[in-house]
Design a protein around this ligand. Sequence first.
Ligand SMILES: Nc1ncnc2c1ncn2[C@@H]1O[C@H](COP(=O)(O)OP(=O)(O)O)[C@@H](O)[C@H]1O
Ligand SMILES: Cc1ncc(COP(=O)(O)O)c(N)n1
Length: 269
Amino acid sequence: MKKLLTIAGSDSSGGAGIQADLKTFAALGTYGMSAICALTAQNTQGVTMVVNTPEEMVEAQLDAIYSDIPPDGVKTGMLSTSGITKTVASYLEKHLASPLVVDPVMVATTGAVLLEKDAIEAYKTKLIPLATLITPNIPEAEVLSGMEIHSADDMRAAAKKLSLLGCQAVLVKGGHRVEDAMDILYDGSDFHVYKGERIETDNTHGTGCTLSSALAVMLARGLSIADAVTGAKKYISGAIKRGAADSVGHGNGPVHHFWFYEDKWGDME
Ligand SMILES: Nc1ncnc2c1ncn2[C@@H]1O[C@H](COP(=O)(O)OP(=O)(O)O)[C@@H](O)[C@H]1O
Ligand SMILES: Cc1ncc(COP(=O)(O)O)c(N)n1
């Protein structure tokens, strides 16, 4: 059994962050672990409070995990501050022995800021160079690359530019483009285009977290980066479709993970 680690923030409403990551790991048949970098008081309508984890506690969680259960795959999500981003990067630089997916979470679907501005430099110089794959959405790719993205060609150019930061591959996610849900991967030599059917729904809370967790699972299982994206995209599309059919909360509802085994177990109502 593969063992997966998420280094991210907690979402009290269970739709994004650590909770989405652990649900994804479980649904895909792996053992999930977590190092919590921030607590958010959050629901489908917004974030009302954030408490950051002390940096020594972030390191203590990582030590507890790595000294006993070294993970086969790792993902990072909300790291909140420059200090936490640097702590995670310097720990992984010494201990990482598996694929790493970096989801550079900056803003929640509901609009709340989840990363302090001065952490961008630490992402670019310390964390991203360690990554197998980074998964910015369009606004995040704009911040990290310093260029505006209006077209698929711009997505390609940004992906190529971001790969120069030293990661192996870049997936620019197109969920924020109104007309489609097309993602573009640059794997260091070639571009791969993943065309998704756009599902009409506001229930997209947790899409990025879920996709990056599924990617970490696929990479831990030894798939190529291009095949890992195909697999993870299939998982997130199913989860968005199921979330669209069964709303939770009063705002941007979450995606649902039980679609993956619903045929077998039913929805247990
Ligand atoms: N309405 C949608 N229909 C289909 N796929 C979507 C939709 N919204 C997002 N996706 C897909 O979900 C994944 C996460 O993308 P995105 O929402 O852009 O990330 P983030 O949550 O980081 O903003 C991508 O593969 C994207 O194409
Ligand atoms: C703790 C936490 N981490 C990440 C996100 C981003 O979520 P999304 O997947 O919707 O971009 C979030 N809203 N909360």
